[in-house]
Design a protein around this ligand. Structure first.
Ligand code: FAD
Length: 322
């Protein structure tokens, strides 16, 4: 019994998506009983005990081995599996992400557990297992799935559960998981952070520009609006192909998939390959001078007009409101 939650950190602080995973774990424990235990690997800031506790965990296992700061799949999988065994957890929760997706798959094999991935809401009980809603076809459809009893690995999408804040500070317990040679076969030789204040896959708000921006010299306008929102910036594929923006900003089927609360698309036509990366956004605002632009069909709010007139007014209005 019990629920283990793998908590990814960034600069020692739990990622927002992982805190949602903790709140999701709490909901599972309300259905199944047992304690919610967080697992943090690598550097961890002392303030994490409070934020993780508020989100719903009673204690946090922490292995501070700096190897884990490299975000490597094999050692992380071994540690999560060891923690699952040591806590006797039947359930493990991950927040969807590039590391967690790979680790969740490995842990499910090691533990001979079912893997319920891409969940968009809290499952309900069904017999000795669960019924769950999964996002499929890059967010264009929702699948109702059944998971029979036994051990289950849950991997949740951002927004699958409301972040709770009524828990009390969790206790942090230091631990150390043995890593073997196979865990350390891959090493990281160096890394550098992508530019930008807010990371695109994690962002709550994304402001994206397309070919309608005419050229890289006009991007200050997109960045100003993003700054006023505290948002990350994104772009369409041709924009990054032409070198107007770095490739890590390219959103869509072949780029980054985002699920922010707000996606603002400026001068982007709304080709199906772009929509594949944004259609799980909660609210979509489209600014385009062509009223027939396909993006308007996917928009919650649309502004038909010239971005060069609208965006600065939008930014000024936001600055005035802040
Ligand atoms: C296999 C494959 C994979 C692909 N993957 C991706 C992907 O991951 N992501 C992606 O984005 N694309 C992808 N594409 C490309 C995609 O098909 C489109 O070509 C691309 O998204 C179009 O980019 P855009 O909207 O910026 O440019 P355009 O299609 O040129 O649209 C520009 C838009 O700006 C508007 N506009 C022009 N001037 C203004 C103005 N002054 N004010 C307001 N609006 C203005 C126009 O009305 C138009 O709607 C892929 C294509 C293929 C074949």
């Amino acid at each position: 019994m019990g629920v283990l939650v793998f908590i990814e950190t960034e600069n020692g602080l739990p990622k927002g998506s992982s805190l949602e995973a903790v709140s999701f774990g709490k909901k599972i424990s309300e259905l199944e009983g047992g304690e919610v235990v967080g697992l943090c690997l690598g550097s961890l800031d002392g303030s994490a005990a409070e934020t993780i506790g508020k989100a719903g965990a009673t204690r946090v296992l922490h292995d501070g081995n700096s190897e884990y700061d490299k975000g490597l799949i094999a050692p992380t999988s071994s540690a999560v599996f060891a923690a699952m065994e040591s806590t006797g957890s039947n359930y493990v929760v991950f927040a969807k992400g590039s590391l967690s997706d790979a680790v969740a798959a490995r842990v499910s094999i090691k533990a001979n557990a079912s893997l319920a991935s891409n969940l968009i809401s809290v499952p309900t009980k069904a017999g000795d297992g669960f019924k769950a809603q999964r996002s499929i076809f890059t967010g264009k459809a929702i699948e109702e799935a059944e998971v029979k009893g036994g051990k289950v690995i849950f991997s949740i999408k951002k927004g699958a559960v409301e972040l709770s804040s009524d828990g009390s500070t969790a206790s942090i317990e230091s631990t150390s998981y043995a890593l073997n040679e196979a865990d350390l076969k891959v090493n990281v030789l160096g890394s550098h952070k992508a530019e930008g204040d807010v990371l695109l896959p994690e962002a709550d708000i994304v402001v994206s520009g397309g070919r309608g921006m005419k050229g890289p010299e006009n991007w200050a306008m997109v960045e100003d609006l993003a700054k006023a929102f505290g948002a990350a910036t994104g772009c369409s594929k041709p924009v990054s192909d032409m070198g107007w923006r770095p490739h890590h900003e390219h959103v869509g089927q072949t780029g980054v998939k985002v699920s922010p609360n707000l996606y603002v698309a400026i001068g982007i036509s709304g080709a199906i390959q772009h929509l594949a990366g944004v259609n799980s956004s909660k609210v979509i605002v489209v600014i385009n001078k062509d009223p027939e632009a396909p993006f308007f069909k996917a928009a919650d709010y649309g502004i038909v007009g010239d971005a060069f007139e609208i965006v600065p007014k939008f930014t000024d209005a936001l600055k005035g409101a802040n």
